[in-house]
Design a protein around this ligand. Structure first.
Ligand SMILES: [Zn+2]
Ligand SMILES: [Zn+2]
Length: 168
């Protein structure tokens, strides 16, 4: 079997950022490639599993075979994909979606470690994470849907929310 033939010609590959969550990466990839979640599910043969991963639902954990299928379509190595996933034994928090807006201000993307169950705040900035919009009180949408970096409900920008993060 020649696997090269299976790489769709429509792919515009993107590089993952350091510590980026899979959800945020998949959102960027889909937008760069004008693909919906279900289209990407089809191309990879992973179906609705991808939508679950975008919500940080990794039980059961992604199999090697599933990661190979995704890696082929997004044109990354499986090892690169694993960096976007929780390390073995690390429990994830599905909800609420959390953000250190000081980190986001430096580079606008969702960090995987913000959804670790044990994460209490941002070590880098010594700030607690925000788990809801300080302006309207709504929870943040999944990072796959973060495009402009603002609250989907009231449009308040993430940059500028830093003052609402309590010190650790
Ligand atoms: Zn931070
Ligand atoms: Zn809001």
């Amino acid at each position: 079997m020649n696997s090269c033939l299976e790489i769709p010609s429509w792919i515009f590959p993107i590089e993952p950022y350091k510590g980026e969550s899979l959800s945020h990466f998949l959102g960027r990839f889909r937008r760069a490639n004008y693909a919906s979640s279900s289209e990407l599910g089809q191309k990879t043969g992973l179906g609705g599993v991808l939508a679950r991963w975008e919500k940080f639902r990794f039980i059961p954990p992604p199999s090697q075979k599933q990661l190979e299928a995704l890696a082929q379509v997004v044109q990354l190595e499986v090892e690169q994909l694993r960096l976007l996933l929780p390390p073995q034994g690390v429990a994830m928090k599905h909800e609420p979606i959390r953000v250190c807006t000081a980190c986001y201000e430096e580079k606008p993307y969702h960090r995987l470690e913000w959804q670790f169950k044990d994460t209490r705040g941002c070590d880098r900035h010594q700030l607690r994470l925000l788990s809801e919009c300080p302006s309207c009180g709504k929870r943040f949408k999944i990072p796959a849907l973060w495009v402009e970096g603002h609250c989907h409900n009231c449009q308040t920008q993430f940059t500028g929310m830093k003052r609402y993060q309590k010190e650790m």
